[in-house]
Design a protein around this ligand. Structure first.
Ligand code: ADP
Ligand code: MG
Length: 331
């Protein structure tokens, strides 16, 4: 049973960055306004996520650590997924592949802690915490040497964590994100920081993209705001003059979740076809909102892939919205 759990867990948690993604998505789901992530040794020895979200009550802590326990879905509604989490798999998976400790305190309640190691759960104990939740994952894959071997250098794993945080930060501009490397101990070094942006969502996203992708992107960014057959598309697409030698500045979010999708890459290429040569990649950060029943985000446990029920509509919307914006800007 423990071995099976560890194998299944490896599907969700491939590397430190995937653990960070699950934990930060949980913090976002919990309504956090401030999320602080610390890691040591590329996340291999320590990942810590501190949030000021709604917290988990002491009575619910053992449940949160158990397989397929989620507070976000009632089972009857498996396709209607609005929050990031919906499988109740992340925490038990992390508890199976590392040493996991959770401290939490919902408003008006006492603080409690629970930990698990190698799938063995401790009892719930009182602890000290002013509010929110702290999740600490130590020694990822310590019990599965085969997986340990596949991790890359600390530097490469830290880079992947950085990418995950920046991506999530793009979609949540009203939330403060802080990323620290605490390898040397103590306070460590802040490697990324984005304070909560102010203003309406469009302004906040523009400001957040300026912070993450830089002033040049922000100054060349065209506002996208379009709708077709119940699918809405918002965000920013850059003028052709701001293009890159790779696809690093292409980000698609479906219902708030970052996804990787070939359709998106193809749609961007189509939209910019007349303006860019094959070796130049356009830059765009787009947020697609679609009725959850019309998209399958459940293709892979790590949830970064999507399958549209009507891919042609989504593709057509992206191509036409960008072309329209480019035409309005004189292209
Ligand atoms: P899922 O996110 O799919 O529900 P998880 O295993 O990631 O599953 O989390 C299990 C449950 O633990 C969540 O449904 C939520 O109720 C609770 N939880 C996890 N992390 C947090 C957090 N940072 N703040 C508040 N509640 C949390
Ligand atoms: Mg989750």
């Amino acid at each position: 049973e423990a071995a099976i759990n560890r194998i299944a867990a490896g599907e969700v948690v491939e590397r430190p960055a995937s653990a960070v993604k699950e934990l930060v998505e949980n913090a976002i789901d919990a309504g956090a306004r401030r999320i602080e992530v610390s890691y040591a040794d590329g996340g291999k020895t320590l990942i810590r996520v501190v949030d000021d979200g709604c917290g988990i009550s002491g009575a619910d802590l053992p449940l949160a650590m158990s397989r397929h326990a989620t507070s976000k879905i009632d089972g009857s509604d498996l396709l209607n997924i609005h929050t990031f989490g919906f499988r109740g798999e992340a925490l038990p998976s992390l508890g199976a592949v590392g040493r996991l400790t959770i401290k939490s305190r919902p408003e008006g309640e006492e603080a409690f802690t629970i930990s698990t190691s190698g799938g063995e759960q401790s009892t719930v104990k009182p602890t000290a915490l002013s509010g929110g939740t702290i999740v600490e994952l130590r020694d990822l894959f310590y019990a599965t040497p085969a997986r340990l071997k596949f991790m890359r250098t600390d530097r490469a794993e830290a880079g992947a964590i950085n990418d995950v945080i920046k991506k999530l930060a793009m979609a949540e501009p009203h939330v403060t994100f802080i990323l620290r490397d605490v390898s040397g101990g103590g306070e460590g070094r802040v490697v990324f920081r984005a304070d909560a942006e102010i203003g309406d969502l469009f302004d906040a996203i523009h400001a957040r993209l300026r912070r993450i992708l830089g002033a040049e992107f922000a100054e060349n960014a065209l506002l996208i705001d379009a709708e077709r057959e119940g699918i809405t598309l918002t965000g920013y697409a850059a003028l052709p003059t701001y293009s890159r030698g790779s696809s690093v500045a292409q980000h698609l979010f479906v219902n708030g979740r970052p996804v990787r999708d070939k359709m998106f890459i193809g749609a961007l290429r189509g939209a910019y076809m007349d303006f860019l040569s094959r070796d130049r990649h356009p830059a765009a950060v787009l947020f697609l909102e679609v009725e959850p029943t019309r998209v399958d985000v459940n293709v892979h446990p790590a949830k970064s892939e999507v399958r549209f029920r009507e891919p042609a509509i989504a593709r057509g919307l992206i191509v036409s919205a960008i072309r329209h914006a480019l035409a309005e800007a004189g292209h």
